[in-house]
Design a binder for this molecule. Structure first.
Ligand SMILES: NC(=O)c1ccc[n+]([C@@H]2O[C@H](COP(=O)([O-])OP(=O)(O)OC[C@H]3O[C@@H](n4cnc5c(N)ncnc54)[C@H](O)[C@@H]3O)[C@@H](O)[C@H]2O)c1
Length: 296
């Protein structure tokens, strides 16, 4: 498929884009930090500027388009929107909110008005309110699935909840497929050796991430599954590894960190508290990269 991918220069995108290209997709990376140069299939765009978004999405996608038998601009088959301020405490709170909500509105609005039939966008685990809560906040129940309330306290997660509402509304009007990915903490391959020993030492560090993680390459796989699965309308999916990011059992996690929290399902000893059953069932999501391959 021909894919308009935003945020491909970032932590997640620099693994997801190559993965999608390996699967045969033709990807244009659109990013404020694009490494511009002839033939790189990257475009420098500020997505908070609707004019730039419409222009980029309706213009030539690469040099091959100059010789395309089809007149005019290419038609992208799908938009994957990852670009964002990905955390609190990077820019002022109101800027995080403004950039994330406005860019998402612009990207989905342009996609719909240009007749693109599929949009996949990055939402976040933080929508459940645990990650960036002031003081400790426990989930209402575990494992946390997509039915868990999304009432966060911080501007980043608020922007992601707003983006989900925006996407839901655009889907209602258009009837196209729009899938939101509630992504857990993204881990690049080199981070297993760098960061995971500390998680083994002190599992409590991972409390705010519900003890979960997702390998950036498996995120590419998740996007590919979304591209290949049609007809779901609007859906949100948790995205995590089936395992935890700590080396204690799920019963020990419950005993140490989730006293008093309702446990809704019988869990295996290494099962993630960030439930991915829906993505497995509806998309065939099947993550392949585990910290255990590197550290054990
Ligand atoms: N990293 C994580 O653990 C994590 C977890 C959950 C969700 N997410 C979400 O996944 C997505 C990717 O996250 P990431 O970790 O790769 O972030 P990142 O900051 O590494 O990459 C984001 C990219 O977006 C680009 N960008 C930002 N503002 C832009 C603008 N106005 N116009 C064009 N490009 C712009 C940046 O240049 C950057 O390359 C984000 O939407 C993030 O909120 C990330």
């Amino acid at each position: 498929m021909r894919v308009f991918f935003t945020g491909g220069c970032g932590k997640a995108g620099r693994h997801a884009v190559p993965y999608l290209r390996e699967q045969g997709h033709r990807v244009l990376n659109v990013d404020l930090n694009a490494d511009i140069g002839a033939g790189r299939d990257e475009l420098r765009v500020d997505l908070t500027d609707a004019g730039q978004v419409f222009n980029a999405m309706s213009g030539f996608g690469d040099f091959a388009d100059l010789d395309s038998p089809r007149p005019g601009a290419p038609a992208f088959d799908a938009v994957v929107h990852f670009a964002a301020i990905p955390c609190i405490l990077m820019v002022p709170d109101n800027e995080t909110y403004r950039i994330n909500t406005l860019s998402t509105y612009n990207v989905i609005d342009a996609a719909l008005k240009l007749g693109i039939k599929k949009v996949i966008f990055a939402s976040s685990e933080t929508t459940y309110g645990v990650c960036f809560a002031h003081h400790e906040r426990k989930p209402l129940y575990v494992p946390v699935d997509e039915e868990h309330p999304t009432v966060p306290e911080d501007s980043y997660a608020m922007s992601k909840v707003v983006n989900e509402v925006t996407a839901r509304s655009f889907q209602e009007r258009s009837g196209i497929d729009i899938y939101g990915l509630r992504i857990n903490n993204v881990i690049e391959p080199h981070e297993y050796a760098e960061n995971f020993p500390a998680f083994m030492e002190d599992p409590g560090i991972r409390r705010r991430n519900l003890f979960a993680y997702i390998d950036a390459r498996d995120l590419g796989h998740m996007v590919d599954r979304c591209l290949k699965t049609d007809g779901l309308g609007y859906e949100v999916f948790n995205v995590a590894n089936p395992d935890m990011s700590v080396n204690i059992s799920s019963s020990e996690v419950i005993e140490r960190f989730y006293k008093g929290v309702e446990v809704r399902k019988e869990m295996t000893e290494t099962e993630t508290f960030f439930c991915i059953d829906k993505a497995r069932r509806m998309l065939g999501f099947d993550p392949q990269h585990s910290w255990r391959d590197v550290l054990e």
